[in-house]
Design a protein around this ligand. Sequence first.
Ligand code: NI
Length: 166
Amino acid sequence: MPILSIIQYPHPILKTPCEALHQELPGVGQLIRDMQDTLMAHPFCVGLAAPQVGSLLRIVVIDCSRSRKPAKNHGNLVLINPVITHREGEQVMREGCLSLPDYTGNVKRAVAVVVEGLDSDEIPQKIEAEGFEAVVLQHEIDHLDGILFLDRITSLKTDVFRRKTY
Ligand code: NI
């Protein structure tokens, strides 16, 4: 179970939009397992997107049950080619990212989302999420489009913070 190393900002792969997965590719199952092991290796980490480990496939792994502030969530999720098909409301939450370990930021996102995609067995999934889990889904899916939370910050002066604890 290799723990993959996390690509750090400003590596250009983090700014590169990922390709949808249209056919079964060798190694995808292993990549997903390695992404899950890598997520588990980081305490309190709740999501990881493929470009953060150097792959330009549209794959995210999420587990909001690992959060320090547990809220309603679906536990362990693997989503291939996830698409946000519905968004509702607006909320601002403090976000962090393994690829930007020294900063957190206040980011405005939808309160509730519906996300459709495939699980690791390529079975279609429809996830209805709200609050913290909705934010995590939006953050991870952004990674697949080459967007980091810093790109969504309104004011670099007032909405970005240096991390004091990890
Ligand atoms: Ni991130």
